[in-house]
Design a protein around this ligand. Sequence first.
Ligand SMILES: [Fe+2]
Ligand SMILES: [Fe+2]
Length: 283
Amino acid sequence: MPFEIDRRAFIASLGGAAVVSRMNDEARADALEDYSIRKLDDAVAAAQRGQIAGPPERFPTAAELEARIDGSSNRRGVGNLFLGSGGRGVTRLEPMPKRPTLLDYFNLRFKTAGAYNHVLQSATHAMKTGMTEEVVFACLLHDVVQSLIKVDHGWWGAQMFEPYLPEKSTFAIRYHQALRFYADEANGYEYPDLYRRTFGVDYKPEPYIEETYQIVRKHKWYIEPRMVTVHDLYAFDPNAVVSMDPFVDIIGRHFKQPKEGLGFDNSPVAHMWRSIAFPDHPL
Ligand SMILES: [Fe+2]
Ligand SMILES: [Fe+2]
C-alpha cells in the first residue's frame, strides 16, 4: 500500500500556509521531498515492526510534464516575481529606495520571489565548509535571478551580476545550471531527485547544455560552479534559520555597488535590475 501525503500535516510541518506561500516552487518541491523522506522513514520503521511500506516515489516522464503545458496559466520558465503565490494572485510590492543596493534587492524583492532562504542556506553551508569567498558569494547569488526569469537562469543570473562581481563568481553562477545535470561523485555531487521530478525521469539535457558541460569540465575554474551545485543540495531545509549577517562583509569586499543604485547606473544590465524593481510597469 503506497503511503499518502497528508496535505494539512505537510503544510503544518513547514510552519503554516503563510510560510509555504512565501516559498518558491523549487523550495516547495524540495520541502515536499524532505517531508516525503521522513514519511518514508516512518513507513520503513513501520515495515520493520511488521507492517508493509509503500513503494518509492514515481517520477513523471518528460512527455508527461510536457503534456501539462497545455492549458497552464503560465510558462514554466516565468520569473517568480511575476507569478501569484499559493493560488492567491500577486500583491503590491514595497517601493525600492532611490539608489537601491544589493541588500535592498534581497530584502524587498528576493525575499519573496528570489529563492531567498535557499540561497542563504547554500551560502551558509559553503562558508561553514571553508569555500573561497568567490564560491560563497556565488552560492549566495546563484538563484536570485529566478525572481525575474527561471529558464536558463544560470546564464541570466551571471549576466545580471557581471559588471559587479569577481569573474570567478559569475563563472560559477553561469555554469552551475548546466553542471547540475551531471553527477560528479568524486566532488560530492550526485544527480538530484528534484531534477527527476522537475524535468522528467528520462530527461536528456539539450545539446547546448551537454556542450557547455564538456567545455566547463575541462576548464581551470571547473570546481567553482561544481561547488555551487554541491552546496545547492544542502539548501532546501524548511526549518533552517538563515541570516544575511555573515555575508555583509563579503558583499562589501567583492560587490561593486554602483553609486547611482542598481538599475540606474546605465550599465548594459541596468534594465534587468529595473525589471525586478518595477515588475508592475506594463511596458
Ligand atoms: Fe540554480
Ligand atoms: Fe539552487
